[in-house]
Write a protein that binds this ligand. Structure first.
Ligand code: PHE
Length: 344
């Protein structure tokens, strides 16, 4: 076979191989095969020496042309593979920007929590600090030391959940008074927010609800201090125009005791269904700490006096946000909860 023919068939072979190559790797083996040091073209060029000068020039030019051509084809094909790889990568990562985004629910404070925080902040601004106690409580702290002995009818006032181990689910936050006074000597100014439990369930009663207890003990504390403190508190929550009245009442752990009413937040005092036509709403219990309670915790009732109060947070939240059924607060129906977005 003449060298020219050889070169031409080599060109054809290379063309064919490059056309059918399926990867960058196979391109590099084609490159070695034709253009490498031991490649086909090299061995042809080596034999150029045997030719006449004219032939050498002609064949040499042809060989160079074919070499360039093969290089070109290889380069183009390589570029093609690189481009293809990039396109595949892009396809894999493609996001459909026309898809609607998944919705992120923005939460909001529960009305009980925001009411609790608001009340706490008011008392904290008056110098009270926050105390806590357990929800599973000693009967002694929930009752006995609060001047409610075993045979006392007041035990029936609060429908208690008794536990097998002799403990109770606390029926009020008042045992935190005992815990605080056992630990701390006067002056004492604490509020104690938390969950309490009673066997009770209807539109205005839930077996679990929240109370805030208040306790202030020092020398020369009088009923006047109690009235002033509660006035600041109630006007802070319900506004300066709210009517406030104290009614004599009874609690075993306070003497004297009172219940506090505010003018009806629905009718403003003229009488409606919510206030049962009285114009007033009962809002909290309070009184001067009973000397028997001081004695139970080892505080001298001759030296110290104090006041205490307790209120239901749900009740305040219901009046504040005009909620007519306490159970709505605990059902976690998002249609209800979302109405309180934006309250602090
Ligand atoms: N513990 C009482 C209740 O749950 C409320 C109260 C607290 C009354 C403190 C007087 C003093 O009903």
């Amino acid at each position: 076979m003449s060298l020219r023919r050889e070169i031409e068939s080599l060109e054809k072979e290379a063309n064919e191989l490059i056309k059918n190559a399926d990867s960058i790797e196979s391109l590099s083996s084609i490159k070695v095969k034709f253009l490498g040091k031991k490649g086909k073209l090299k061995s042809i060029l080596k034999s150029l020496g045997k030719l006449s000068p004219e032939e050498r020039k002609e064949i040499g030019q042809l060989a160079n042309k074919v070499k360039e051509e093969i290089e070109n084809l290889l380069r183009k094909k390589e570029q093609f593979f690189r481009e293809k790889a990039i396109q595949e990568e892009l396809k894999k990562d493609r996001v459909d920007i026309t898809l609607p985004p998944s919705w992120i629910e923005v939460g909001s404070a529960h009305p009980v929590v925001s009411t609790l925080v608001e009340i706490s902040q008011l008392f904290i601004s008056m110098g009270f600090s926050v105390a806590e106690g357990p929800e599973v409580e000693k009967e002694e702290y929930n009752f006995d030391m609060l001047n409610i002995p075993k045979d006392h009818p007041a035990r029936d006032m609060q429908d208690t959940f008794f536990l097998n181990n002799g403990m109770v689910l606390r029926t009020h936050t008042s045992p935190v008074q005992i815990r605080t006074m056992l630990k701390q000597k006067p002056p004492i100014a604490v509020i104690a927010p938390g969950r309490v439990y009673r066997k009770d369930a209807d539109p205005t009663h839930s077996p679990m609800f929240h109370q805030i207890e208040g306790l202030l003990v020092d020398e020369n504390i009088t009923f006047r201090d109690l009235k002033g403190t509660l006035k600041i508190f109630l006007e802070g929550i319900f506004g300066k125009d709210i009517g406030i009245r104290f009614r004599p009442s009874y609690f075993p752990f306070t003497e004297p005791s009172a219940e506090v009413d505010i003018s009806c937040t629905v009718c403003g005092g003229t009488g409606c269904r919510v206030c049962k036509d009285t114009g007033w709403l009962e809002i909290l219990g309070c009184g001067m700490v009973d000397p028997n309670v001081f004695e139970a915790v080892g505080i001298d009732p001759e030296k110290y006096t104090g006041f205490a109060f307790g209120l239901g947070i749900e009740r305040i939240a219901m009046l504040k946000y005009k909620i007519n059924d306490i159970r709505l607060l605990f059902e976690n129906d998002m249609r209800f909860n979302h109405q309180f977005k934006g309250i602090r």
